[in-house]
Structure formats: C-alpha cells, structure tokens
Ligand binder design. Structure first.
Ligand SMILES: Nc1ncnc2c1ncn2[C@@H]1O[C@H](COP(=O)(O)OP(=O)(O)OP(=O)(O)O)[C@@H](O)[C@H]1O
Ligand SMILES: Nc1ncnc2c1ncn2[C@@H]1O[C@H](COP(=O)(O)OP(=O)(O)OP(=O)(O)O)[C@@H](O)[C@H]1O
Ligand SMILES: [Mg+2]
Ligand SMILES: [Mg+2]
Lengths: 256, 256
C-alpha cells in the first residue's frame, strides 16, 4: 500500500520540483515503485523527467475535472520503477472549476485511492500557493516534506504552513504528518543561510531532516536535459545529497 | 496620473518581490511618488519594506473583498515618496471569495482608479500563479515587468505568460503592454545562465531590459532588516544594478 508524500511550500522557487524529481528517482533506483504526480500548472516536474507537457493529451487535469481514471494518465519514465502523472497549463483552470464541486478538497485523494496497491510511494509536487491544488495534495497525503531555501522570505512563511497543515488535519485528514523540513540551496559561505538554519532550529527542532542539499549548478542544469540528477551528473554534490536524502527518507519510512 | 506596473511571473522565486521593492524605492529616491501594492498572500513586499504583515488591521484583502477604500489601507514607509498597501495571509482566501463576484477580474482596477492622481507610479507585486490575484493585477496594469531567473524552468514558462497577457489584452485591458523581461540573479560564471540569456534573446528580442541584476547576497540579506537595498547596502552590486534599472525604467516611461 503506497505511502503518499506531498512536497509543498507556499514560497516560490525553494526546490519543491527539484526535490520531487530527485527523491522519486533515487527511490526508484533503490527498487521502490514510485508514482510522481505533478500538481503544478507550470508542469516543471513533467518536463524535468523528460516528458513534454505541451504534447500531453491527458493530464492530471482530466482526472481532477473530467473524472478520467488515473490509470489512463500514468506515463512511464526513463526509470523502470518510476511512473509519472503529468500536468500542463490546463491545470491552472482547475482551481476555479473545482470550487463548485461538493468534494473539492478530496478529488485527488479519491483518484489515487484505487492505485495505492501498485506503488510503494506516491510523491506529489505542489505549486507555490495554498489554493485548492495544494489543499488537494495535502488531503491526499500522509506525509509532507517542506523544502526550505535558507533565506529570509522563505523563513517567514514556515509558521503559516504549519498552521495550514493543522487545519487540514482537523478538518480533512487526521493522519497527515510533517515528515520534515529539508534545507535546499544551502551555501555554507553565506552568513544569511547559517542564520536562517539557526533560527529554524530554535523553532522547529525535531522537524528537520539531517541531510542538507547544497547549492549545486548541476541540479539546475539537469532539467534542461530532461533528466534527474542521478542520470545527468551522479557524482555531483547535488546528486550525492539527494541520494543521502532518499536514504534518510527510507530509514524513516521503513525502520528496520 | 499614475502609470500602473505589475511585476509578474508564474514561476516562483525569480525576484518579483525583490524587483518590486527596489524599483519602487529607487523611483521614490528620484522624487517620483510611488504606491507599492502587495498582491501576494505571503506578504513579502510588506515585510521587505519593514511593515509586519501579521499586525495589520486592514490590508488589500479588505479593499478587494469588503470594499474598504484604498486610502484606508495605505501606509507610509521609511521613504518620503513611497507608500505601501500591505498584504497578509487573509489574501489567500480572496481568490475563492472573488469567484462569485460579477466583476471579479476588475476589482483591483476599480479600487485604484480614484487614487491615480496622487502618484506617479503604482507598482504591484504578484504571487507566483496565474489565479485571480494576478489576473486582477494584469487588468489594473498598463505595463508589465517580467523578472526572469536565468534557469531552465523559468525559461519554460515565458511563452505561456505572453499568451496570458494576450488574453487579458483581448478581453479586459487593451492598453496593457509588456515593458520587458528583467534578468535576475545572473551569474556570468554559470554556463546555464548565459545559455538561457541567448535563448531568450532569439525568441523575445525587443522585450529585454538592458540592465541585468547580478546574484548578490546583499539583496537577499536586506529583507531581514526590513530595508530596501538602497538603505541596506547602497554600494553593493545589487543596489547599483537596481539603481541602473530604475534609471532605464524612467528613460522608457519619461522619454525626454
Ligand atoms: N540545490 C540546488 N542548487 C542549485 N540550483 C537549484 C537547487 N535546487 C533547485 N535549483 C534550481 O533553482 C530553481 C528553483 O527550484 P525549483 O523549480 O525546484 O523550485 P520550486 O519550489 O519547485 O519552484 P516553484 O515555486 O516555481 O514551483 C530551479 O531553476 C532549479 O533548477
Ligand atoms: N539578485 C539577487 N541575488 C541574490 N538573491 C536574490 C536576488 N534577487 C532575489 N534574491 C533572493 O532570492 C529569493 C527569491 O526572490 P523573491 O522572493 O524576490 O522572488 P519572488 O519571485 O518574489 O518569489 P515568490 O514567487 O515566492 O513570490 C529571496 O530570498 C530573495 O531575497
Ligand atoms: Mg516547482
Ligand atoms: Mg514574491
């Protein structure tokens, strides 16, 4: 039975998509069966694994709005154990169209329900907002990973995200749990980065992954080749860090 | 009569808020009267000029949803000629609440209408999405500045943004114009950055500002002090670049 994880942060550009793609691909390399769902109209996770969002006949939009079966929108990727549900800009209209749906918060959860037996993990990449697409992802999830760029604006928003998760837990999904905060684009030469890390530690001790993802140019180059870092530059600092993170993730999810 | 500019990009973390704050403050230093409107529920532009979003009684939300007069939500800042309309997380609910409003796309435009005579420029900071908050900002605007991080995912989204502006021009706002694409966080040592710049030039020649904003740590430190770069570190590379950008902006807006 798959464990569903949402990669979310209202702040933009903090490494949500990069984390979703690379966690998924290292889990697949460790023989876990993974379904990656792109819930962002930008379709970055989709093109980051080499699928062209513009060419898609059916995407997650069709599942959410027209009730198309999830199995009909699942695509294989360059990894054996990694399947993908793509997104494209059609999804931007879904937030407005979902409003009038009585069960507007649980549509994704219902769509995934029958397929949890075919995977070990479902990873959901969220857009940078707290609208209905992100709400759907949180209601469908059991665990949440919060990528955090170690900068001031990103720090400001964490408290509010914890409150939002609290609200979701109380009204829709009692099982939801924050697995942790993952520091991304960390540059140890920058004072600000270290100050933010210290600040987060004082307020959110116990919610922080041990692995820190360094700033690594290879990570930002990989998507232009449609490849996860594991295939694009497996020896780079970014690849090593995401490999460590997926091992840490497995040790938490699958304690021996 | 104020000229209204929206700083927008669906992609997250590309420097929209940093551009909105620093363009506004250098225009104010050049004695233009500026109103900065924060249309992002994160409230980053608000705290970036030293106002605490959590302490606000009235914000842009109250203007959009409860019809509170704009004059009652305008706050002074540390600059003589810079006023601010703050935002906080209440705004996240506005997208859903605006849906049932017959004139849901023009609410901001109507709210600004009576105050355009008191300012030379109105600068609007948009959230990282194409939802109703951004649509309202585009309908209210005459010009658009698109900050662009020189990375692959940011590049992917530009075409779609031009299409969105086209749609707004055809249905709501015939006067709207893309003033230009502003390269942000540019690092000339990174091949990817240069590749993206070359790619943008081939497709969007004529829409690109001459000024490029370099990656500069001082720019990311300034918000934690609640100060625009002009007050935090006026000699830094980031400050010099935003000063040049505001001069380029003035030369376009106010040709001699
Ligand atoms: N550790 C890293 N080192 C260097 N660059 C990175 C790193 N992680 C991500 N990037 C780059 O930074 C940019 C932002 O990352 P990404 O798109 O994954 O963030 P996001 O949170 O998904 O953004 P959005 O809010 O728009 O969905 C991308 O261009 C990405 O390639
Ligand atoms: N030129 C620059 N050099 C270094 N850091 C920068 C630069 N411009 C912005 N930053 C930092 O990068 C991060 C993203 O910038 P900013 O928040 O302005 O982007 P945004 O597009 O407004 O993000 P969002 O999509 O969340 O609204 C911030 O932490 C900011 O301080
Ligand atoms: Mg993303
Ligand atoms: Mg912003």
């Amino acid at each position: 039975m798959a464990y569903v994880v949402s990669i979310m942060n209202q702040k933009g550009g903090v490494g949500k998509t990069t984390t979703a793609i690379n966690l998924s691909s290292y889990l697949a390399l460790r023989n876990r069966k993974v379904l990656l769902i792109d819930m962002d109209p930008q379709g970055n996770a989709t093109c980051g694994v080499g699928i062209d969002p513009k060419n898609m006949e059916l995407t997650v939009y069709d599942t959410l709005i027209s009730g198309v079966n999830l199995i009909d929108v699942i695509h294989p990727t360059s990894f054996d154990h990694l399947h993908m549900v793509p997104a494209n800009q059609d999804l931007a209209g879904a937030e407005i169209e979902l409003i009038s749906n009585v069960s507007r918060e649980t549509v994704l959860k219902e769509a995934i329900k029958n397929y949890k037996d075919s995977y070990d993990y479902v990873i959901i990449d969220c857009p940078p907002s707290l609208g209905l697409l992100t709400i759907n992802s949180l209601v469908a999830a059991e665990g949440i990973v919060i990528p955090l760029q170690c900068e001031y604006f990103a720090l400001e928003g964490i408290g509010h995200m914890f409150q939002t998760v609290e609200l979701i837990r109380d009204s829709f999904n009692p099982a939801i749990k924050i697995l942790g905060i993952l520091y991304t684009m960390f540059d140890k030469r920058t004072n600000l980065n270290q100050q933010v890390v210290d600040e987060v530690k004082t307020h959110f001790e116990g919610y922080i992954f041990k692995t820190m993802i360094p700033r690594s140019v290879r990570l930002s180059e990989a998507p232009s080749h449609g490849l996860p870092i594991a295939l694009y530059s497996p020896e780079s600092a970014g690849a090593v860090a995401y490999q460590m993170f997926s091992d840490e993730f497995i040790s938490i999810m699958e304690p021996i």
